[in-house]
Design a protein around this ligand. Structure first.
Ligand code: BGC
Length: 349
C-alpha cells in the first residue's frame, strides 16, 4: 500500500512509498484512510527539524490528523465496518508516569510518550492503518471529510479545558473578552470555542485579505489586522496565542485584564524578540496573571472536540478545509498557497 514516509532529521526526505500492510501489533481495528490533515508539525518533520522514527534508521509514516473508515474490527471492540473514526495521536509512556497511567498522556511527566506520525510511532498517512480500539474515536455522521478537523479541534479543546480549570482558582472568575492571536485552523477553532461559550471574541491576524476575516465575522467574532498595538486597549480576560511567533508572544504577554490567562498554543521560530521581562513580571504579580502552555489532547478532549464540532455550523467548518489534494500529489499539501487554512490529503480522490 502507499504511504507518505520521511526520514526524521533529514531535510526533504519525504516521499510516497510502498510499505507493508499495517501489522496487527498496531491494533485490532483495521481502517481505510479517508483524509489526512497537514499542519505545521508535519512541515517541521519534513524540514528535518522534528520527528523520531520508530526504530533507528527507519522511515516514519507521516500524519497525525486522521479520518478513516473501519474495514474490519473484532465484535468486542465496539467498532464495525463502515464506522468513521479518528485516531488519537499520543500513546502513554511505557513506565507509565502518573499522568499517562491515569489516561492523561497529554500531560506526560517523563517525555517517554510516543505520537503517531510524529514521535516513535508510524502515523496515519497510509492507505490503511491499524489502531487499538481504546485509541480510536467513533464519529457521529458528519458531512464529507469534516471529521478530519477532529484532531486540531482536540488541541483547542485541551487549551480551553485548562483555561477553565485555571479560572476556577478563584470563585468569582467571569471572563468576558477573548483575544485569539493567529487565524490558522487552531486560531479559528479556538475562536469557535470562545463563541460557543458566549464570550466576546477578537481574532488578530497580520493580514486582512483572504477568507479569514469573513470566517471570523460569520462566527460572530471581530477580526483585527495590522499590529497588536492596535488592540492594546482591549484588555482581554483570556488570550490564546496560536502563532508561536516570538514578536507576537512578546506583545500579548502582560497585556491582559487583571487575573488574565494567556495560553500559549503555537510553536514558531526560535529567533529572539526583545521583551521587557521586568514589566512583564510586574504585570503578572500585581494582577495575579497566569501564562501557560498547552499541547496535545487526551481522550476527554477528543470528546469535547466532537461535541464542539457537532454544535458548529457545518458550512463554516467546511470553509476551513480550503484545499484538498489527492495522495499522488501529497507534497502539494505541504506548500503554502494564498487562502490556505486547513489543507488535507484526500485519499478518496
Ligand atoms: C499535534 C499534537 C502533538 C504536537 C507535538 C501537534 O501538531 O497536534 O498532538 O502533541 O504536535 O508533537
Amino acid at each position: 500500500m502507499r504511504a507518505i514516509t520521511v526520514l526524521p532529521g533529514v531535510l526533504n526526505s519525504a516521499r510516497l512509498d510502498e510499505v507493508p500492510e499495517p501489522p496487527l501489533t498496531d491494533g485490532a481495528v483495521l481502517v481505510r484512510t479517508l483524509a489526512l490533515g497537514v499542519c505545521g508539525t508535519d512541515r517541521e518533520i519534513v524540514s528535518g527539524a522534528y520527528g523520531e522514527a520508530p526504530a533507528a534508521g527507519e522511515r516514519l509514516v507521516l500524519g497525525h490528523e486522521s479520518l478513516g473508515e473501519v474495514i474490519a474490527a473484532p465484535p468486542e471492540s465496539g467498532f464495525a465496518p463502515g464506522d468513521q473514526i479518528v485516531g488519537i495521536v499520543r500513546r502513554p509512556d511505557p513506565v507509565p508516569c502518573p499522568a499517562c497511567g491515569g489516561g492523561e498522556w497529554d500531560m506526560c511527566r517523563n517525555g517517554g510518550y510516543t505520537e503517531r506520525g510524529i514521535k516513535g510511532r508510524h502515523g496515519y498517512g497510509a492507505e490503511r492503518f491499524r489502531i487499538e480500539p481504546e485509541f480510536a474515536l467513533k464519529l457521529q455522521p458528519m458531512p464529507g471529510v469534516l471529521g478530519v478537523l477532529m484532531e486540531p479541534t482536540s488541541i483547542v479543546a485541551k487549551a480551553w479545558d485548562h483555561i477553565a480549570r485555571i479560572g476556577r482558582r478563584f470563585n468569582s472568575w467571569q471572563p468576558r473578552r477573548v483575544l485569539v492571536a493567529g487565524s490558522g485552523p487552531i486560531g479559528l477553532l479556538a475562536a469557535l470555542f470562545g463563541v460557543q461559550r458566549g464570550y466576546e471574541v477578537h481574532v488578530f491576524d497580520r493580514r486582512s485579505d483572504g477568507p479569514k476575516p469573513k470566517l471570523i465575522r460569520d462566527l460572530g467574532g471581530t477580526h483585527h489586522a495590522g499590529t497588536l498595538a492596535d488592540v492594546a486597549g482591549l484588555d482581554p480576560d483570556i488570550v490564546i496565542e496560536c502563532t508561536g511567533a516570538p514578536a507576537v508572544i512578546a506583545q500579548v504577554l502582560g497585556r491582559t485584564a487583571p487575573s488574565g490567562i494567556v495560553c500559549l498554543a503555537g510553536i514558531g521560530g526560535d529567533h529572539a524578540a526583545s521583551f521587557d521581562i521586568g514589566r512583564f513580571n510586574r504585570h503578572m504579580v500585581l494582577n495575579n496573571d497566569v501564562v501557560f502552555g498547552a499541547v496535545n489532547a487526551n481522550r476527554m478532549h477528543y470528546e469535547m472536540a466532537a461535541d464542539a464540532l457537532a454544535r458548529a455550523d457545518k458550512d463554516w467548518l467546511g470553509r476551513l478545509i480550503s484545499r484538498r489534494v489527492p495522495l499522488a500529489r501529497w507534497h502539494e499539501a505541504l506548500d503554502h498557497e494564498a487562502g490556505d487554512i486547513k489543507v488535507i490529503v484526500d485519499f478518496t480522490l
